[in-house]
Ligand binder design. Structure first.
Ligand SMILES: [Zn+2]
Length: 116
């Protein structure tokens, strides 16, 4: 597989920085919303937003973690290799999800286990 590791590294780093910035922004927004509101509807609405923001933060953190794993694997020349089975990850999949650490097969297996 012909990959330009430098370009991938840069892409991953940029993505990671964007995510970290988003985590920081969302966290700031969250702490700003701690003021008590008398209106229950307003408060409920706010809580719904908070739940969504927390989910966003959690997802972003998870992505950052995966990007870090990829950067590490890039360093060890293991980028694009499935962490589970050791097979090559489809290059098209890597273009779509540069921080993918599992091949399609293992990913769907994992998704299935998570669903059950
Ligand atoms: Zn695999």
């Amino acid at each position: 597989m012909i990959v330009c590791s430098k370009a991938i590294r840069q892409q991953l780093c940029e993505q990671r920085d964007t995510l970290i910035k988003r985590i920081e922004d969302e966290s700031k927004n969250l702490s700003r919303r701690t003021d008590r509101d008398a209106d229950p509807v307003d408060r409920a609405l706010r809580e719904t937003t908070q739940v969504r923001q927390l989910a966003l933060i959690a997802q972003a953190r998870w992505q950052v973690e995966r990007i870090q794993t990829c950067l590490h694997r890039l360093q060890e020349n293991l980028y694009g290799v499935c962490v589970q089975c050791g097979n090559r990850i489809n290059p098209e999949r890597l273009i779509a999800i540069p921080y993918a650490t599992l091949c399609v097969k293992c990913q769907s297996k994992q998704d299935e286990t998570r669903r059950n």
